[in-house]
Write a new protein. Structure first.
Length: 275
């Protein structure tokens, strides 16, 4: 049912502060679920089920769905949607996903995340899921177009978000969505991305904490050339920062956004030999 009519029936007004833009186009919902390539044995974590339009589709394609929704006003809407289709394999949890211990909630990995994410906390949710002890096998996410472009960027346009996501997963742009597929319409364009997580990091790093210390230092001084960024960011002398770049075969005049994942890893390896 159309989300506008459904919510009106229940006397609920959408909250902009919670990123409540509901998908009203059945084809788009089908495409997102198809992109997840779910197996009948899969468990799915859905973040922000809203009125349940995607939840019911996921429940038909997977063995079990755990849906975490912050807005408890939506509970009767969700329960009615599940009852109408006689679906009994969905567990609803009314909580803030950022306060949920995902590793214990999804105790039997692997699992798949499918979410039409609230834009205001996309980066925080990504970190929460990718850094969790039990990482999902795959994530299919509807995000702001600009975020989708950053997640799938190549060297030249990389950001801290790009490196963080691509350290954990292989990203793929599934497609752009027009604002008209939502009600109410969001002010920005959206896109669907799929992230297939790696069992082990795709590059050779001394340890994850050191890798991200070096990456964060490089991006902290974005407009600076790398030799200056490292001298300030990881507590090396200018001379040692120059040696670190030389050991990693990286031109000291380059800027953070031009480096590949492999080059960041080479820098992290060089850093541990100097500290
Ligand atoms: N999945 C539905 C759909 O596709 O129509 C709704 C998507 S809407 C963009 C985002 C949903 O996330 C809303 O239902 C909102 O209440 C919920 N939400 C917002 N912040 C949340 C949080 N911190 N934890 C869990 N759910 C949240």
């Amino acid at each position: 049912m159309n989300p506008k009519l459904l919510l009106e029936d229940h006397g609920i007004a959408p909250k902009k502060s919670l990123g409540q833009n509901f998908l009203q186009d059945p084809n788009t919902l089908d495409k997102i679920v198809a992109a997840a390539e779910l197996l009948p044995t899969d468990t799915v974590l859905e973040i922000g089920p809203g009125t349940g339009a995607m939840t019911t589709r996921l429940a038909k394609a997977a063995e079990r769905v755990v849906a975490v929704e912050i807005d408890s006003r939506l509970e009767p809407v969700l329960r009615a949607a599940l009852a109408a289709e006689r679906l009994s394999n969905v567990s609803l949890l009314f909580a803030d996903i950022l306060q949920v211990n995902v590793a214990s909630l999804m105790a039997d990995p692997p699992y798949v995340v499918v979410a039409n994410l609230p834009y205001y906390i996309t980066s925080a949710i990504l970190r929460h899921l990718l850094e969790a002890r039990h990482r999902p096998r795959r994530l299919v996410l509807m995000v702001q177009l600009e975020v989708a472009e950053r997640l799938t960027a190549a060297p030249g346009d990389m950001s801290l978000l790009t490196v963080s996501a691509q350290f954990y997963a292989k990203p793929q742009m599934i497609g752009r969505l027009k604002p008209s597929v939502f009600w109410p319409r969001p002010d920005v364009d959206s896109a669907v991305v799929r992230l297939d997580t790696y069992a082990a990091p795709p590059v050779d790093v001394p340890d994850v904490a050191t890798f991200f210390k070096v990456v964060r230092a490089g991006f902290a001084q974005k407009r600076k050339q790398l030799k200056n960024a490292f001298a300030e960011g990881v507590g090396l002398s200018h001379a040692d920062a120059a040696i670190m770049l030389e050991l990693a075969s990286i031109d000291p005049k380059r800027r953070a956004e031009t480096l590949s994942l492999g080059e960041w890893a080479a820098l992290a390896r060089a850093f541990v030999t100097l500290r």
